[in-house]
Design a protein around this ligand. Structure first.
Ligand SMILES: [Zn+2]
Length: 426
């Protein structure tokens, strides 16, 4: 075991305490809540800055409260090998979604600062705001502002769901931009040579397959219909023969099962990356009754895939099925607005580098697609990007989310080794 390796172990122990402390201070039973640009998110940001300063690192905050941590004396305008993740959480979520990736970056930077070997490129860790979509109805606001993919003029009037106040109001309330503080530069693609994000997996695959660490292949894109409706006709549940019915519940159920069949078919053809969810499905509480055929159902459709052609095929299948069901059941579908994102490919060379770093540490990994993370924004900004996933039990976006300390350490070692190799390469 090298000195650098054991020094990283000691900074991992320190950031683990930091994680626990932030978790306690942002607790909101059940689980934790760090709303974007809230007091709790700011508490997490304050701890991150204080930790970095205690380790002699340079700390810069941008006009939106995103934090950059650099080795002492590093020119903030120098291109850096960069890591990081987000400070916010979903309501009553877990402590590690986002924050684990920030803690990992701090561990790598703090450990490297204690070993000031000359590197071709400096390292940078970032802590970003507002990655989660429940707060403003859309994801990645912090990283989009930091990378210049969105401006405050464009998104400053978005309203936070819990407070009813605008993004601009919340920024101002927390004192951003901060007068007298050195402002962090915008992190455009000239300042980030590569971006590596450590994130908990959020699903069960690493746990079920016995791998502590995963290497993401792509960030799933999606096609979403948040406000879809099916309109049939209300009728007497006993008096109406089947052929007279315009049953909205059965129509939407048939559509959902049709898409489920499409999904099974994709799996049979070797596509493990497709997903499909009807997260919302409700009859009208004012009009529905046990003794009535349902005349209307409101529902959502959320289709995910790692390649655009899968999304297009699913959309075509959906529209086709709708025509058949409408004719057969005499109902009408109104899908409403379509929203979504395109799939984002991650960098193949970085995937190989991470695999290699893991195997040199004796850590087994598997490749797998992942869900939306800040890394997708870096990739869209043209920066080679990758995601290191860490096994966690009980999934994520719930208060039972958990993370094993040793698995976290394995992930940080893989991240650290890959970052050092990138930084040392001339
Ligand atoms: Zn996250």
């Amino acid at each position: 075991m090298t000195d650098a390796h054991s020094h990283l172990d000691s900074t991992i122990a320190e950031v683990w305490e930091l994680l626990e402390r932030i978790g306690q201070e942002t607790a909101d039973s059940p689980g934790i809540t760090r709303a974007a640009w809230s007091r709790n998110e700011e508490t997490a940001a304050d701890h991150v800055r204080a930790f970095a300063r205690r380790h002699g690192l340079q700390v810069l905050t941008d006009a939106f409260g995103n934090i950059q941590v650099l080795p002492p004396g590093t020119d903030p305008a120098a291109p850096c090998v960069t890591t990081g993740s987000h400070l916010d959480s979903v309501p009553h979520g877990g402590n590690y979604d986002g924050l684990a990736g920030i803690a990992a970056g701090l561990a790598v930077l703090a450990s490297a600062a204690a070993d000031p070997a000359g590197r071709a490129k400096p390292l940078r860790a970032v802590a970003m705001r507002c990655e989660e979509s429940p707060w403003f109805g859309t994801a990645y606001l912090g990283s989009r502002l930091m990378l210049g993919l969105s401006t405050l003029d464009e998104i400053g009037d978005l309203v936070r769901s819990d407070s009813g106040k605008s993004l601009r109001h919340h920024l101002h309330h927390l004192g951003y931009p901060r007068a007298g503080e050195a402002a962090a530069p915008m992190l455009d693609s000239t300042l980030v040579t590569s971006f590596l994000e450590l994130h908990i997996e959020q699903g069960p695959l690493l746990e079920s397959d016995g791998f502590p660490v995963g290497i993401a292949t792509a960030v799933r894109g999606n096609v979403r219909f948040p406000d879809a409706r099916c309109i049939g006709a209300y009728g007497h549940s006993a008096a109406l023969p089947r052929r007279f019915r315009q049953d909205a519940v059965l129509a939407v159920a048939e559509l959902a099962l049709g898409l489920d069949g499409f999904w099974k078919d994709r799996i049979a053809r070797g596509d493990e990356d497709f997903v499909f969810t009807v997260g919302k499905f409700s009859t009208d509480a004012v009009q529905h009754a046990m003794t009535k055929v349902a005349g209307e159902v409101r529902f959502s459709l959320n289709i995910g895939a790692t390649v655009e052609t899968s999304l297009d095929a699913a959309r075509a299948f959906l529209l086709d099925r709708i025509k058949v069901i409408e004719a057969d059941r005499r109902v009408t579908f109104a899908l409403g607005r379509e929203v979504g994102t395109t799939p984002t490919a991650l960098d193949r060379e970085l995937m190989a580098l991470l695999d290699d770093a893991a195997s040199s540490l004796g850590i087994a990994t598997r490749r797998m697609p992942t869900v939306g993370h800040d890394a997708a924004m870096f990739a869209r900004a043209g920066i080679p990007s990758a995601v290191v996933l860490v096994r966690n039990a009980h999934g994520s976006h719930n208060s039972d989310e958990t993370l094993d300390r040793d698995d976290f350490a394995r992930g940080v070692h893989v991240l650290g080794r890959a970052m050092h190799r990138l930084a040392d390469a001339r």
